[in-house]
Design a protein around this ligand. Sequence first.
Ligand code: NAP
Ligand code: MG
Length: 503
Amino acid sequence: MTTEVPSRTRIPVHPDAAEFLGRDHQLFINGEWTTPRDGGMSVSLDPGSGEQIATFAVGGKQDAHRAVAAAVAAFEPDAPWRVMSAASRARLLFALADLMEEHQEELAHIEALDSGKPLAVARDFDVAYAIRHVRYFAGWTNKIEGATIPVDVPDMMCRTERTPVGVAALIVPWNYPILIACWKLAPALAAGCTTVLKPAEQTSLSVLRLAELISDAGFPPGVVNILPGSGSELGPVLVEHPEVEKISFTGSTRVGEEIARRAATGIKRVTLELGGKSANIIFADANLDHAIEGAAAAIFSNTGQMCSAGSRLYVERPILDTVLARLKEHTKTIVVGHQLDEDTQMGPLISKSQMTTVCNYLDRAASDGARTVVGGNPHTDHDGIFLEPTVLTDVNDDDAIVREEVFGPVLVVLPFDELDEVARRANDSEYGLAAGIWTRDIAKANRLSNLLRVGSVYINTYGQSDAAAPFGGFKKSGYGRDMGRQNLEYFLETRTVWTDLRL
Ligand code: NAP
Ligand code: MG
């Protein structure tokens, strides 16, 4: 396993990233870098080494009010952002995407160091897809149209207009910091909203660099405000603020429920992307080379810290032993290490507390009778927060390890016999985010897909993502969708205008 890798080549930190990390980082409010009124300072750690990599300001409640006030002022009818043509808004978004591309390597280094994901993943997935999102929504900006409605009322003209919902609070988690920020910022800005973005305190750095690029691109002050800080302190202020009209949140189901409750009081528009416990289902007729690789990637990418992780693997009984043996072999080859080591395939967990959570699940699974097929041990040959990629079996449908989101590199493998049975068991979850199906029989795959109560189904693949394809959940995985044309809708209101043509 990874202990056999004696020494690693560490990629040096990109000089621009090193320079950025060494600088002072304040709050980005109303187009300026400003010291907190009632917040303070926080530090960012490299989870791969435990070392401090940067310090940055965190906002307090007064700062949250200042950030919302800036977004409100930027949304006034005569403010530059509001009088700007849609095509000009598009040009700003395209300019931002170009700047992000120019600084892709630097952004990737910042993101990898702060979040623990392997550098190549940060560059070629997180930052690359963030850029694609900005471009995709830039393209929509001047294609948001109303309609003329053929009403059954004489002499009346009726038309609809699409208008931005107003000030949007965007609250994002630590697992895909810049990417999820752009999932929300890009459609909000395309729609013409103004925004306050609260990153997760553990991973605020990449969006602070993004704020500088937003400034360089020429967005008017107050259109994007970036407010690092504690969610439990700033979240309620943002969610309950009477002038915040829309909340787009990605994070845990627990916090999502709290946001929904608070937002109900002000009749706020809310989009929630929450947790998951997604089923990945392999039939005996699947291409096993693809299925094994896909099943491993579905749970070990991003060290399992993915809302859509394929964390429950259902295997048709005749191939159970084969799949377990091949998964074991495959998992043993995964190189765990520091995110800037050249050959690292799986980086650290985000924090010690996340490690404790995951290890508690492993202990509980063991006492519930689970058998470890491979992995399960924290890594001791590295500094930082490392856990071996882990596969468990001999688990029951009611075990916590099968029902609850672990958010770590832990896969449970369960046998099944029939399509209807596996559909029922896959659906027997409070979550409904995603599912994978592996079979050469496309009719069977689609029959099963129809039965699954989830927001995304991946057939002979897993975890695909594209700026144009909506993503989100059923049930306690949330409501609304990120990405795609659909997410634009959540930042728009429809105004219906009637005109009496006789006057
Ligand atoms: P979390 O604790 O819910 O945090 C998410 C964000 O909400 C952070 O910015 C956090 O701030 C903030 N927050 C915390 N308490 C809040 C409150 N009372 N009001 C408003 N905001 C508050 O989730 P996490 O542990 O960071 O992320 C992991 C979870 O996110 C997992 O459950 C995962 O499934 C889910 N997730 C879902 C998706 C999806 O698309 N469905 C994507 C990624 C992650 P601080 O942490 O800075 O205090
Ligand atoms: Mg960090």
